[in-house]
Design a protein around this ligand. Structure first.
Ligand code: HEC
Length: 91
């Protein structure tokens, strides 16, 4: 019983920011893994392909999988949030 409580506590502490994406973390990941092919220029061109938040997240996930980075869902959320904040500005 004690052990279960400890485990629950650990999980709780390990995920303190559940739900709130962290764009600064996303920025670091983007710098590290994404800039060798394209920067913001594909995201600010007039005929960019991504048209809403859902598509943005899908595209982040697609590029991430192509690169075989094995990110967590949180990482994808953080990068999505960063790209939206700095380039796409979807509501
Ligand atoms: C191996 C090269 C490569 C890398 C590395 C790469 N991408 Fe891409 N990305 C592409 C290509 C190719 C496109 C399609 C560009 C086009 O449509 O002309 C694209 C498009 C995109 C778009 C859509 C742009 C639009 O038109 O709105 C997003 C968002 C994006 N990438 C995010 C990422 C993220 C996040 C990463 C890092 C995980 C990443 N990319 C890493 C090749 C790459």
């Amino acid at each position: 019983m004690k052990r279960i409580t400890a485990l629950a506590l650990t999980l709780f502490i390990a995920a303190p920011s559940l739900g709130a994406a962290e764009p600064e973390k996303g920025k670091a990941l983007n710098q590290q893994h994404c800039l060798q092919c394209h920067g913001g220029e594909v995201m600010t061109r007039p005929d960019r392909r991504v048209q809403d938040r859902g598509q943005l997240r899908n595209q982040v996930s697609r590029c991430e999988q192509n690169l075989n980075l094995r990110w967590f869902e949180d990482d994808i959320d953080n990068v999505t949030e960063f790209l939206n904040r700095d380039f796409y500005h979807f509501p």
